[in-house]
Design a protein around this ligand. Sequence first.
Ligand code: IMP
Length: 430
Amino acid sequence: MPNVVVIGAQWGDEGKGRIVDLISEKVDIVVRYQGGNNAGHTIVIGKEKVVLHHLPSGILRDGKLSVIGNGVVIDPKVLLQEIKELIEAGHTADETNLKISDRTHVIMPYHRAIDLARESMNGKGKIGTTGRGIGPVYEDKAARRGIKLADLIDPDALSNRLKEVLDERNAYLTKVLGGDPIEFEEIFNEYSKYGEELKKFSCDASKLLNDSISEGQNILFEGAQGALLDIDFGTYPYVTSSSAGSGGASPGTGVSPTAVDTVLGIAKAYTTRVGEGPFPTEISGELGEKLRQAGGEFGATTGRPRRCGWFDAFALKYAAQINGISSIALTKLDVLSGFDKLNICVGYKYKGAELSSFPSTSHVLDEIEPIYEEMEGWGEDISDAKELSELPAQARKYLEKLEEVTGVRIYTVSLGPSREKIIFLHELFS
Ligand code: IMP
């Protein structure tokens, strides 16, 4: 059985949670490899709606192991609450089905404080972060002053580590950002309790995953955010602070890249983004609002209204190339019912010339003129269609066009949030 990486192929919020939930039926282990509780993966099972922030979307499937890899950053208080709520809702989330790498970095209160203070200080230049401390915790990891789960669960290590880093962080928080300092005692007492509670989940996840592969088990590597929010290949600086592309799966889990067999990209039938940054196909005014309302485009983590736009095939082609995406799970096609005309962006023009590659800077992207192909829309409600042949001809043409201009085949088309509202076009696992 193959090991698959599942990533968002746009700017996040493509509906990864439900697709991971779907495919997780066929794998043994689901591992998250980057991001933290900036993610919000929504899964609808019957009448139940679950939004996961830290936990792999496989946690809702019985008999599957969920792993939080070392590339993820965890906010212990939020994670423990998430686990508690899941258990209260009748699901299993204990040491039998959940493991966390002891190398995973921990989001501390000063990370959140720095994130929020910077965003309010930056005014117009802000990134529009989720305010969860994601940038500052990854900065600390790279600056070698991070705190890992292995430290959190060991009171002596936590105390020593905090003593090493807290003064410097407080100086930055107070002198540069004008915030309040964080007291050692307070943070130590609170966080060592979280460590105690999380201890049972902590393990050498890299060894666990590699041993499992050797035993013939298969793994789904679950990405968070999306390819265009990747720290290296996204629309920098309006990106998240981790490797949200498929390449992050290896350093984020400790499993060799040679273990990955295929990459599945998730894309909406149109495009959305939250936060600041360039968005060449954004639709303003009434039409954009119509799409936002039809798609319920409000953030699962922050509730912020998402910016909405046409499908950007040029950006998707770029995402497919750098991430090795061989198939796309297309979500929310039903939302496009009732639009007379649909645009697909097939190229970018910059200063009058057509570009051959995706720009590396946001200021160029801001000045892009999208090249559109206009398609006929359809009026019918398609949410109950069970087969491709039940879709209106215009919807089928729209799908064919997407495959043609992106060069990537469509694996599934989803027509609603629940598990059964999906049409399979071909096999992912053969
Ligand atoms: P951060 O990850 O909180 O630092 O936010 C950086 C950028 O990534 C902002 O534009 C956020 O809106 C965006 N972002 C972070 N996580 C997600 C996500 O799960 N879905 C969509 N956008 C996200």
